[in-house]
Design a protein around this ligand. Structure first.
Ligand code: HEC
Ligand code: HEC
Ligand code: HEC
Length: 99
């Protein structure tokens, strides 16, 4: 736990160049490509690694695909993107899905 926090602080303090956590993750799906940004979540929003790892995600190879219906019930992105902690998954489609 402690070393995770130190790593987070080190990464957050390193400007540009350095990749934060798993970097930019492309999540292909039928609703239009989604780019998940570690930098935005960790450096800008201050979300800690342990809020997502490993209870929600491990790595790209072991990615568990979820549907928007499941997200609306709190799975994956939907555990925070519920309209309270962060903008919800019932609208704002274009904030996540880019064409
Ligand atoms: C808001 C959620 C979230 C936070 C916070 C987060 N991650 Fe991730 N991480 C993800 C997602 C989503 C993936 C992609 C895994 C998947 O598709 O299932 C991922 C993948 C990774 C991977 C694997 C990349 C690959 O190519 O397989 C590493 C390494 C990683 N994260 C490290 C970190 C570290 C270190 C931190 C803290 C500095 C962190 N993550 C914070 C959501 C998060
Ligand atoms: C917080 C980000 C986010 C928002 C907001 C969001 N999506 Fe998604 N959506 C995703 C991600 C990420 C996936 C891929 C999930 C996976 O691979 O596990 C996905 C998958 C999908 C899929 C394919 C899976 C399925 O449910 O059929 C469709 C279609 C889709 N989204 C449509 C939408 C629409 C329409 C909206 C707006 C009402 C929306 N999404 C809002 C992130 C989002
Ligand atoms: C642990 C909580 C958490 C999880 C899980 C999470 N997010 Fe976020 N996300 C946030 C917070 C907090 C913000 C900033 C508040 C806001 O914009 O409403 C944010 C902001 C964003 C933004 C706007 C900033 C940017 O990157 O341009 C996007 C897009 C986004 N999230 C996509 C996703 C996607 C896609 C997933 C799932 C793969 C996801 N998030 C999972 C907490 C989370």
């Amino acid at each position: 736990m402690r070393h995770l926090i130190v790593i987070t602080m080190l990464l957050a303090a390193t400007p540009a160049l350095a990749v934060v956590g798993g970097g930019d993750i492309a999540l292909k799906n039928k609703g239009g490509g989604v780019q998940f940004s570690h930098d935005a979540h960790v450096s800008e929003m201050g979300v800690e690694c342990a809020q997502c790892h490993d209870k929600l995600y491990t790595n790209v190879k072991q990615h568990k695909k979820v549907t928007m219906k499941e997200m609306q019930k709190g799975k994956s992105c939907g555990s925070c993107h519920n309209g309270k902690t962060a903008f919800g998954v019932k609208g704002d489609c274009a904030k996540c899905h880019k064409k």
